[in-house]
Design a protein around this ligand. Structure first.
Ligand SMILES: O=C(O)[C@H](CS(=O)(=O)O)OP(=O)(O)O
Length: 268
């Protein structure tokens, strides 16, 4: 196929907000959840939208189910695009339950993962272990992302607990704290059973934690992404984005879609 000659887009058509940062960015990070993409799909994803992806989570415990060379190649490809890649927090929780943390860390380091998610969405984890895991991840040279919230249906955010978790996680070295919303975005955290945002809870979180750069909101549904962009600005970090929604989310961030055409760049 013969490629057309280079088109010089007018910058205001590329980013009407004028504020979108290139990678590595401090605002407006996008985390994608990968639940089993093959190599071709992964390569397509990166070549098409790698510039708009900051983190890839290899969902829950899917990592050990790949043919190893294929997983290694995916991890190398993510690294080549300056994308932090890490296994889902649930996989770490499995390692805790199975008392297999040493082999978990050996495995993720040897595969080349560059990040670690420390979560307790399904299991109970005391603060001491959480601190140890954050420190261990950092000691292994991994970018540590923690998560607040339980996966159970109807789980909500306990503000005092959230504040304490965020403060301590950051003190121990976490780069981001994810707010749980699962892959569905329904009936968990700040989202009700229909996936609508519980605005009172959201505003309590925002009041309690004004430094929004530290929070990564799982928001798998378009309506949730739009709502958080409208409430927090294009600099909000969003996660659990499905691979085929990356470019459309980027269009939302930049005000290149009706829903966010008049979006302010950053309200944090
Ligand atoms: O990947 C995981 O372990 C889960 C998957 S989901 O978000 O619950 O669908 O993610 P986590 O980051 O632990 O919430």
């Amino acid at each position: 196929m013969k490629l057309a000659s280079h088109v010089q887009w007018n910058p205001v058509l590329v980013d009407p907000t004028g504020c979108r940062q290139n990678k590595p960015r401090t605002l407006g990070k996008t985390m994608v959840i990968d639940k089993g993409l093959g190599l071709n799909a992964f390569e397509d994803l990166l070549s098409t939208s790698g510039a708009h992806v900051d983190m890839i989570k290899i969902g829950f415990g899917t990592a050990p189910l790949y043919p190893e060379p294929l997983l290694r190649t995916k991890i190398e490809m993510a690294q080549a695009y300056d994308i932090c890649i890490y296994p889902g927090g649930t996989f770490l929780e499995v390692a805790v339950v199975q008392d297999a943390l040493s082999s978990f860390f050996d495995m993720i380091k040897s595969l080349g993962f560059t990040g670690l998610e420390v979560s307790d969405g399904t299991i109970d984890m005391n603060r001491g272990l959480r601190n140890e895991l954050i420190e261990r991840g950092l000691g292994e040279g991994l970018e540590v992302i923690t998560e607040y919230g339980k996966k159970g249906w109807g789980s909500s955010i306990e503000i005092e607990e959230l504040i304490e978790t965020v403060l301590l996680d950051v003190e121990f070295g976490a780069g981001l704290v994810t707010i749980e919303a699962r892959e569905s975005g329904l009936g968990v955290g700040i989202f009700d059973a229909q996936g609508n945002c519980k605005d009172e809870e959201l505003s309590r979180v925002l009041t309690a934690i004004p430094k929004q750069e530290i929070l990564l909101w799982e928001a798998p549904l378009k309506s949730q992404q739009v709502h958080l962009l409208q409430q927090l600005g294009s600099g909000v970090h969003l996660g659990n984005i499905s691979p085929h929604e990356i470019i459309s989310l980027e269009a939302l961030r930049r005000g290149l879609r009706s829903d966010t055409l008049a979006l302010e760049s950053d309200k944090s």
